[in-house]
Ligand binder design. Structure first.
Ligand code: FES
Length: 101
């Protein structure tokens, strides 16, 4: 089962493939924002993927449009509610998530 490492806390979780990052994060980081309930419209679940980006589900049009609306967001950005874990380990950075975009 792939692992998800959450920085800066360094917590590592085993996460079944197909689980969204948000579903996985909430179990150990209950403070993560998710105002829209996972509909890719609020941006409060924004995270950075530092390792394993290719293992995640691809960015779809809705997520891409939301990310494009963000000033200063780099290629490591994802919406945790939209990115699903694949078969490989992933490391994410949640600095700044609570303030959303
Ligand atoms: S929870 Fe709102 S964009 Fe992810």
């Amino acid at each position: 089962m792939p692992t998800l490492t959450i920085m800066p806390s360094g917590k590592t979780l085993e996460v079944p493939a197909g689980t969204t990052l948000l579903e996985a994060i909430i179990s150990s980081e209950p403070g993560i924002g998710h105002k829209c309930g996972g509909k890719a419209s609020c941006g409060t679940c924004h995270i950075f993927v530092t390792e394993g980006r290719k293992s995640l589900s691809k960015i779809d049009r809705v997520e891409n449009e939301r990310l494009d609306a963000v000033v200063g967001v780099g290629s490591k950005s994802r919406l945790a509610c939209q990115a699903r874990v694949g078969e490989e380990n992933v490391t994410i950075e949640i600095l700044g998530f609570a303030s959303g975009f």
